[in-house]
Unconditional design. Structure first.
Ligand SMILES: [Fe+2]
Ligand SMILES: [Fe+2]
Length: 320
């Protein structure tokens, strides 16, 4: 029987994965290929029904031209939110690696991650620019505290890497769901999502391994506090990352009741939110963050549900 790989071995496997399987925003996407051209009237921008807004009765009742316009704007805004979040992540990681001692294997893996996130921000911004939608990006609340978020890594790294997962898990889950559904999305967006999902598998694996290693070693009071913060952070993340901001909704003329229905009031969207967090609930179980009180909080916030069986493997991936 082979024993589970140790932390150093996992980091080495992830780092080697970054060397052998990585993407460049401008050489791995044929931006100028006519097949990838963005036509704002192309019906392939209509949101699929495996996406919360696309699944809503209000959206589906709109004329095709409006569904196309809102669909393109939604995908551009998700790209903008994603790249702003990646910007925060890169800044926090750079703060973290600054103080690492010589020989620490986290240095190599995390700098690979920064390189990949840098390409993702270029890829997403290029998409936003070509989409021709002046999209607002993150909620004003995130904009107002963005300078402080990377600094948290200096004080409580486990909290920072939990926030990293708050950003990565919902977007990764939405992209994987759309790819698996084989929807008739635009080929440019499919290519972007394939590249992103392939590389995020490593990033998410790292954050999971980091928390599995560090959370059990926290002071019991800190661990209890994190167990209570965990469901709150992920519920908020679904509102700040997976849900577009009120400013975006106003720009697109989407009424408040439609936003409420699409973002977590309808039973279908509530289930989508629960599904988004099944890997996180699995992680909470695996690293000692699920206890009777925190389980009650997951339930109260309506983000409870099945927890993925925990897999300690270096990278879950989808073939690009
Ligand atoms: Fe990314
Ligand atoms: Fe990432």
């Amino acid at each position: 029987m082979t024993s589970a790989p140790g932390y150093e071995e996992i980091l080495r496997t992830l780092s080697e994965g970054s060397v052998h399987r990585h993407f460049d925003a401008f050489t791995d996407i044929a931006w100028d290929d006519p097949e990838f051209a963005i036509d704002p009237d192309d019906p392939r921008w209509v949101l699929p029904d495996c996406e919360p807004l696309g699944a809503s009765a209000w959206y589906q009742a709109q004329p095709l031209a409006d569904r196309i316009r809102i669909g393109l704007a939604r995908q551009a805004n998700t790209a903008k939110v994603g790249l702003q979040f990646e910007n925060l992540l890169m800044r926090g990681i750079l703060e973290y690696v600054f103080a690492l001692p010589n020989g620490d294997p986290e240095f190599r893996y995390l700098t690979h991650e920064v390189t990949e996130e840098s390409h993702h921000t270029q890829m997403f911004q290029e998409f936003v620019n070509r989409a021709g939608v002046d999209t607002p990006g993150v909620h004003w609340l995130v904009r107002s505290v963005q300078s402080f978020i990377p600094m948290t890594v200096q004080v409580v790294p486990a909290f920072f890497f939990s926030m990293v997962l708050c950003g990565e898990e919902p977007i990764d889950h939405m992209q994987k769901t759309i790819l698996r559904a084989g929807s008739a999305n635009h080929p440019l967006m499919l290519r972007i999502m394939q590249i992103h999902v392939a590389e995020e598998a490593r990033h998410i694996s790292f954050a999971h391994e980091y928390l599995r290693r560090t959370v059990p070693a926290l002071h019991p009071a800190g661990r209890t506090l994190l167990s209570l913060l965990f469901p709150v952070m992920f519920a908020i993340a679904c509102d700040l990352i997976a849900k577009p901001s009120p400013k975006w909704a106003a720009q697109q003329g989407i009424p408040r009741h439609a936003m409420r229905e699409a973002f977590w009031r309808s039973p279908a969207s509530r289930q989508m939110r629960r599904d988004m967090l099944s890997d996180v609930r699995g992680l909470a179980h695996a690293c000692g963050l699920m206890n009777p009180v925190s389980a009650q909080l997951w339930r109260l916030l309506r983000v409870d549900g099945r927890a993925s069986r925990y897999r300690s493997e270096p990278a879950r991936s989808v073939q690009p």
